[in-house]
Design a protein around this ligand. Structure first.
Ligand code: SAM
Length: 225
């Protein structure tokens, strides 16, 4: 049975990859990467000499046709993103769906590994058996409405945030979620890994007083109502 692999890669620390992922990335015919330079860094670390091809959010529909053609030629491919699990706020779901449609018999296999949202949840101390993941919040349209929805959600809420918008987001949380606990997980698995938690007011105050910490990658969690 022909296989197509969706392979999770580290979210920072390059040691966070499974033995199986390293083997699959060595064995496949071609690795589809969000950014080939980022993946090459990982491949070099594990001495994996394999071919890569880019597949990212700006890839044209023709790229999917090319990938389907390679599969029809019998090639075994693996999909990775720059960090974490492909398709989770990353490109890949359309590709996977097209592959399923075109090749109903192909085995699409997940190679599990890191994902920032799961890592953040696991150390947040917030209830994690049930949660709502919102990916990246919209920048403008629908943003306020979403905060109003977050305010009444009865599950832990998790979303991704950039350093450019984290202060704006904390300000909105202050307005909408009151005393509920907010946890900000920053730079997970990296040198400056950090968790800041408290009410939205307290977390915002921390970052206002420590502006050098408004950098890197963020996961934001809000406790249930
Ligand atoms: N597919 C990835 C995953 O499985 O986590 C997510 C990709 S998404 C494009 C990138 C966002 O994930 C970042 O902007 C940040 O919000 C979050 N993220 C990724 N790595 C992180 C890390 N090491 N620490 C905290 N957040 C991280």
């Amino acid at each position: 049975m022909q296989k197509f692999y969706v392979v999770a890669t580290p979210i920072g620390n390059l040691e966070d990859i499974t033995y199986r992922a390293v083997r699959i990335l060595s064995e496949v015919d071609l690795i589809l990467c969000e950014d080939t330079r980022v993946t090459l860094n990982l491949l070099n670390k594990y001495n994996i000499k394999n071919s890569t091809m880019s597949y990212h959010s700006q890839s044209k529909i023709g790229k999917i046709d090319k990938i389907l053609e390679l599969i029809s030629e019998g090639k075994t491919l693996a999909l990775v993103s720059d960090a974490g699990t492909p398709t989770i706020s990353d490109p890949g779901s359309i590709l996977v769906s097209k592959i399923r449609e075109a090749f109903p018999d192909i085995e699409i296999i997940a190679i599990p590994g890191a994902s920032a949202l799961i890592s953040a949840l696991s150390i947040s101390g917030l209830p994690a058996s049930e949660f709502t993941f919102l990916g990246f919040l919209p920048h403008k349209k629908g943003r306020e409405t979403l905060f109003k929805e977050i305010a009444v959600m009865e599950r832990t809420v998790v979303f991704y945030e950039s350093p450019h918008r984290i202060m704006k987001t904390l300000d909105s949380l202050k307005k909408y979620v009151g005393e509920r606990k907010v946890v900000v997980a920053r730079e997970l698995s990296k040198i400056y890994e950090q968790i800041v938690s408290g009410s939205a007011v307290e977390v915002e105050k921390y970052f206002l007083e420590n502006t050098d910490k408004i950098r890197g990658e963020f996961v934001v969690l809000v406790s249930q109502k």
